[in-house]
Design a protein around this ligand. Sequence first.
Ligand SMILES: *Cc1c(COP(=O)(O)O)cnc(C)c1O
Length: 358
Amino acid sequence: MIKKHNFNAGPSILPDVVIRNAAEAILDFNGSGLSLLSISHRTKDFDAVMAEADALFRELLHVPDNYKIFYVGGGASTMFYEVAANFLGRKAGYVNTGVWSKKAIKEAKRYGEVEVLATSEDRDFTYIPKGFAIPEDLDYLHITSNNTIYGTEYHEDIDSPVPLIADMSSDILSRPVDVSKYAMIYGGAQKNLAPAGAVFAIIREDMLDRIVRDLPTMASFRTHVENNSMFNTPPVFPIYVLKETLKWLKSIGGVEEIHRRNVEKAQLLYDEIDRNPLFRGTVVKEDRSLMNICFVMAEGYEELAPEFMAYATERGMVGIKGHRLVGGFRASCYNALPKESVEALVACMQEFAKSHVK
Ligand SMILES: *Cc1c(COP(=O)(O)O)cnc(C)c1O
């Protein structure tokens, strides 16, 4: 359908079949003669969409029964303050692994004390801090599981003696996760699941009893859990697309299969970055993200960056410019990105090297 290699960081690539089904539902939702965009969210047909999304999310991520899933409008950035508003009474711990962590920390400070338990800022966020102590008197510990901008990712679920809350905006459903180790997982839906406009949250039920203050109705997680995300009008279209993405993920073999594919894609590209004398990776190897693959021109070749960008763009690569804070290149390889796109980028790097390696 679309003949570009879409490495956009977010909003980002969705499976062709999902976009096609969404387009059809916009024209005629379930043969109702009405567009998905102009139905009431309080209908049997939309209830079914919500129920199917819930069942699929649970099945794919092996979400235990004592967890609830809800959706709200906004973005992960909305959650940065809502998490703290709900749960930060006295002190919370945060791990600072980059821009998104910093933004979460900034919002949390409005509600209580924030202890930054570990940070990778000393080396420009090029690694994931490990082995730090977690005090037991924290209201919760907050991590960012994948650093979309710097290209680092936790590859293991950490053990925490206090409720663990993770921003998984950019790696949700890209790899198996032991949900039972988390009190809450949330994220913007626009990286791996849907168009922009919705936030997903998976929350352990007992966390609702830990809400520390009286909040505006819409800011309280209890509202959304108790009303099945239907207290007000939910983001109907993003939720529909999310449901279609989950269906697609199940059809190809689920999270275990997508993880295998993601490892394969990432390996292809990282191998080329390591092998090709023109390029080098920017983060420590053991913490390399499977989703956002960052690289720069190697020493002595820095001035070739604009030329390579133009070369790759001409060959159909889209969205490989690095984040403005990091520079260089970033190829986001989300679930829906086909292996062929990574192969095309690798071929591009090899071709370019032929005429440019000194
Ligand atoms: C994109 C992103 C965000 C910001 O999401 P919004 O929905 O734009 O607020 C937050 N955290 C991470 C890890 C992200 O990748």
